[in-house]
Write a protein that binds this ligand. Structure first.
Ligand code: HEC
Length: 188
């Protein structure tokens, strides 16, 4: 019975991860914890245009599985976050605007993800990629884990509260289907 349960859990998480076109595995080549999802820019926006004091602008996307979570809950296995990190450039009016893509960071949740890591962040695995989608060699994944680890009560996600608060106040899912419906209805 126990064997059967473990088997079906693994199978279920495999299917979920497969649908989201991501791979969560501890055994990927080159030491990366988790692969870069290919189509993340079409995913629902989690939080966009986060301006950092170091001059970066960051956009965070969440896959469909992740959008199912409700405030106060943890994200389900198969949830994935991608953070696109941009440099800034002069906007020509004395301000800054988004420049070239610098890096792409990934977090994907799956049973046993990161279980080999020194710092355990509740089944999240991490990956760091350059603008070309290649693994950034020699990434210190304990560094990722260590900085996210204090957020255990927010399922290790930084803008957890902001996201759910915005969701409630807009009363709309942050996703492209809404925009598509809007433009279909208005022709804009
Ligand atoms: C110094 C602390 C720190 C380190 C180290 C760090 N992060 Fe984060 N991470 C953050 C913060 C803060 C955010 C929220 C976005 C923002 O405000 O910049 C974030 C957001 C994220 C997100 C979006 C989900 C969320 O929590 O909002 C991903 C994915 C992510 N980080 C992956 C990584 C990866 C991969 C590494 C290691 C290569 C890493 N992080 C290292 C602080 C850190």
């Amino acid at each position: 019975m126990k064997k059967y349960l473990i088997g079906s859990t693994l199978l279920a998480s495999f299917i979920v991860i497969g649908c989201a076109s991501t791979t969560g595995s501890n055994n990927l080549k080159d030491g990366a914890d988790v692969a870069l999802p290919k189509n993340y820019e079409s995913w629902p926006v989690f939080i966009k245009d986060i301006e950092k004091s170091n001059g970066e602008i960051r956009d965070i996307y969440v896959n469909q599985v992740g959008t199912k979570a409700k405030k106060g809950e943890a994200f389900a296995n198969g949830s994935s976050f991608v953070m696109a990190i941009y440099k800034t450039k002069d906007d020509g009016y004395g301000g800054k605007q988004k420049g070239d893509l610098a890096k792409v960071f990934v977090m994907t949740k799956g049973k046993g993800n990161g279980s080999q890591a020194k710092i355990n962040n509740g089944d999240w695995a991490y990956g760091a990629y350059n603008a070309q989608g290649e693994l950034i060699k020699d990434t210190n994944y304990d560094g990722c884990r260590g900085c996210h680890a204090p957020l255990a009560d927010k399922d290790y996600i930084f803008h957890y509260d902001q996201y759910f608060d915005q969701k409630v106040s807009l009363n709309l899912p942050h996703d492209h289907s809404v925009l598509a419906a809007y433009s279909a209805a208005t022709g804009k």
